[in-house]
Design a protein around this ligand. Structure first.
Ligand code: ACO
Length: 325
């Protein structure tokens, strides 16, 4: 008997050159390195140069993931980009990256679930591959949140950074369960009643402008911990796995206090949690694939390790996935 699974065969990430420390903000808003560090865990973040875009960051991450997977661009028949900071209103960032890689076959599209975007993108790629609609996918999270910051709003501008991460996801026929690898379960949710606690105050069909990010941080924080925990319990149930079996948690990187609180409620020890936000800040949909790539490059994951990821973002949208490396 064979079971079709989708397996991660490569990871990559790209961060712009410009590193911005917390002290940068002390010159123009009433804040301090001490406040930012203790309330968020963030020390630095990266900002894209003026000639860089979400697709140019995503392209570099995709090239790296593709090279590590041993595939050529033409082997890829699906490109999904999770982003809320697309280069243009249309066409999609995914088609720009597809074209940058020289791929002219298959199909490419964007997914918009804000910070939960990569979880939504991976779940969709997994479903499309299992349905036979694709065989090798590039799943990318890429963002330039520095472009939607209100630099006078100290409650938000200190949190976010730019960057991109990518994985290659391939179909694999596990014959007789010989290898228990790949995506085991995914879990997605959204609830538009909470649109006013995290949003951008501009848009094509409203102001015809890009707008700036607005957030009621304390309310988002409250939803984040409970929803991340519930979704994780659901994804573990779907896969019939206990949280004690998790080898690594690779959570969305919004705030170290959210990460600590959610993983503690799930009984996942902190030494099994990948934390990159100290260096990168919150890169929204890019944070999970960047963290997967950084941890993979450091040799943290062994074949067969059980990895949990979960994320929440504007919408609200939230979800989780479980995969075996
Ligand atoms: N520097 C100094 N003081 C500040 C700053 C700052 N940068 N920002 C806020 N403060 C002040 C506030 O004005 C407030 O002052 P007051 O008491 O005089 O009114 C005080 O600090 C406390 O503010 P809180 O909002 O209660 O601070 P909190 O501890 O909640 O931390 C934070 C704020 C970091 C935003 C936190 O709430 C958080 O991380 N929320 C979740 C964010 C998140 O998860 N986002 C994920 C999704 S992002 C996406 O989808 C795009």
């Amino acid at each position: 008997m064979s079971t079709l699974r989708t397996v991660v065969t490569g990871t990559g990430h790209y961060l712009p050159k410009r590193v911005v420390p917390n002290s940068y903000f002390e010159d123009f808003i009433d804040t301090s390195d001490e406040w930012i560090t203790t309330r968020t865990g963030i020390k630095t973040r990266y900002y894209a140069a003026s000639d860089e875009t979400t697709s140019s960051l995503g392209l570099k991450a995709a090239e790296s993931a593709l090279a590590k997977s041993g595939n050529k661009p033409e082997d890829i028949d699906l490109v999904i980009v999770a982003t809320s900071t697309s280069d243009h209103t249309f066409p999609s960032t995914a088609t720009q990256i597809q074209s940058g890689l020289g791929i002219t076959t298959g199909y490419a599209f964007d997914i918009q679930a804000v910070c939960a975007g990569f979880v939504f993108a991976l779940a969709n790629a997994n479903a499309l591959i299992k349905a036979g609609e694709a065989s090798k996918a590039l799943v990318i999270g890429a963002e330039t949140f520095s472009r939607i910051m209100d630099w006078e709003d100290r409650t938000t501008c200190i949190l976010f950074g730019d960057g991109a991460g990518a994985i290659v996801l391939e179909s694999d026929n596990m014959v007789n369960g010989s290898q228990d690898r790949g995506v085991l379960a995914t879990d997605l949710h959204s609830d538009g009643r909470f649109k006013d606690i995290l949003y951008v105050d501009g848009g094509v069909s409203t102001t015809k402008t890009t707008g700036y990010l607005r957030m009621k941080g304390r309310e988002v924080f409250r939803h984040a911990v409970s929803k991340l925990v519930t979704s994780t319990e659901q994804v573990l149930n779907k896969a019939n796995i206990k949280s004690s079996e998790i080898d690594w948690a690779v959570p969305h990187q919004a705030n170290v206090r959210i990460i600590q609180s959610a993983t503690q409620k799930l009984n996942i020890p902190l030494d099994k949690v990948i934390v990159t936000l100290e260096q990168h800040g919150n890169t929204s949909a890019a944070s999970i694939p960047i963290s997967l790539s950084v941890a993979s490059d450091k040799g943290k994951f062994k074949k067969g390790d059980l990895i949990l990821s979960h994320a929440i973002g504007g919408g609200l949208c939230w979800g989780s996935f479980l995969l075996r490396w």
